[in-house]
Write a protein that binds this ligand. Structure first.
Ligand code: ATP
Ligand code: MG
Length: 336
């Protein structure tokens, strides 16, 4: 795009149903920043293959996520919104990046350690999918294809953006390319929304316990109940502290959904009890879901048409950046 705006890139993996944590950690910020940046947002359906997934489930997830992003306010007249697998360049770029990394570097990634731990059997590495190790190289490739300046993410993805920064510098030195070094954009409040049942763990769309997460497509009354049942602590006093992850989580959700400063939220609840806090958060969440789901009923019918247009726009930029790296590496005979 020919303008002076910087570029923003973000992706949501189609591993499961979009959660309130995905909204707070990433989607809300994309929506807020899409006027200011050339914005590219994709459904990371290739990333969703890192762990086994049923074709029918994947098909459904990717479509739902596309429609939900639109329902949350991602505006396709401002943002190029597309499916990762519609842009073939992601696959080739992944290979080029992969050849610039080491197994040591990739196996040190916290997310690889966490997720591989869960699937590791007594057979050692036999049950760990290779895709789990390669996940970050695919992500580095995603960022380079759009030569992005900022990446809105939750704290869990910070390390992968740091890896991208290292690889960009490596490529630019080695191949004299001019890729930009991306910055993570991490919200001050809400960078790590916690599980409702185990508040020391992050809320994840791939969590096997559906009570741990609020899904944007949850029945609003069920979501209300999940908040009412959220695990807290036995102290009975409401204040912000890392020692009180359940209470901090509820205060955070309240503050973000109300667009209110978290300290103001804390002082509002200071003399109230846990039941009152849960009730207010549960109502906010319920109303938020009712609003999103009403919009989703419309956007779900727009996915096929919008995604075709999104892919067309994305391919142009992706191809330019891929070609740039290929030339640098020596894979293209045209003069540099
Ligand atoms: P999965 O369990 O499959 O990894 P996920 O819930 O982590 O799913 P992703 O698609 O990996 O979702 O991430 C989408 C965006 O949501 C990323 O920017 C990520 O940093 C952000 N995000 C994920 N979990 C949280 C969380 N608990 N709090 C805040 N942001 C989050
Ligand atoms: Mg994740």
């Amino acid at each position: 795009m020919l303008n002076n705006k910087k570029t923003l890139l973000s992706g949501i993996t189609s591993t499961g149903k979009v959660t309130l944590a995905n909204y707070i950690g990433a989607i809300k910020n994309i929506v807020a920043l899409q006027n200011e940046y050339n914005t590219y947002v994709f459904i990371a359906d290739l990333h969703a293959l890192t762990l086994p997934i049923e074709p029918k489930v994947l098909e459904e997830n990717r479509k739902n996520i596309y429609a939900l992003l639109m329902a949350c306010g991602v505006d396709t007249t401002k943002t190029t919104l597309f499916f990762q697998s519609d842009v073939m360049e992601h696959g080739l770029m992944n290979w080029l990046i992969l050849t610039q990394t080491t197994i040591g570097e990739l196996s040190r990634m916290t997310q690889f350690k966490d997720k591989s731990q869960k699937v590791r059997s007594s057979n050692g590495m036999e049950t760990i999918p290779t895709g789990l190790l390669m996940y970050p190289t695919l992500m580095v490739g995603d960022i380079l294809l759009y030569n992005a300046d900022i990446i809105p993410v939750g704290i869990d993805q910070k390390q992968h953006v740091e890896l991208t920064r290292n690889i960009v510098q490596r490529l630019n030195n080695k191949y004299k390319t001019d890729f930009k070094t991306p910055e993570p954009f991490i919200p001050k409040v809400g960078a790590k929304i916690m599980s409702l049942t185990e508040p020391t763990k992050k809320m994840s769309k791939s969590d096997i316990n559906p009570k741990s997460s609020i899904y944007l497509l949850d029945d609003p009354n069920e979501a209300y109940k999940k908040i009412i049942k959220a695990v807290t602590d036995s102290e009975g006093k409401i204040y912000l502290s890392d020692e009180k992850p359940g209470i901090k989580n509820l205060l955070t959700i309240h503050s973000v959904l109300k667009n209110e400063d978290i300290l103001k939220t804390e002082s509002y609840f200071k003399n109230k009890n846990y039941g009152e806090l849960k009730e207010e958060v549960a109502i906010l969440v319920k109303n938020f879901l009712i609003d999103i789901q009403a919009k989703y009923k419309i956007t779900i019918n727009q996915v096929d048409q919008e995604s075709k247009m999104g892919a067309q726009k994305a391919r142009i930029i992706a191809n330019q950046n891929l070609t740039k790296l290929m030339k640098g590496i020596g894979l293209n005979n045209e003069s540099k």
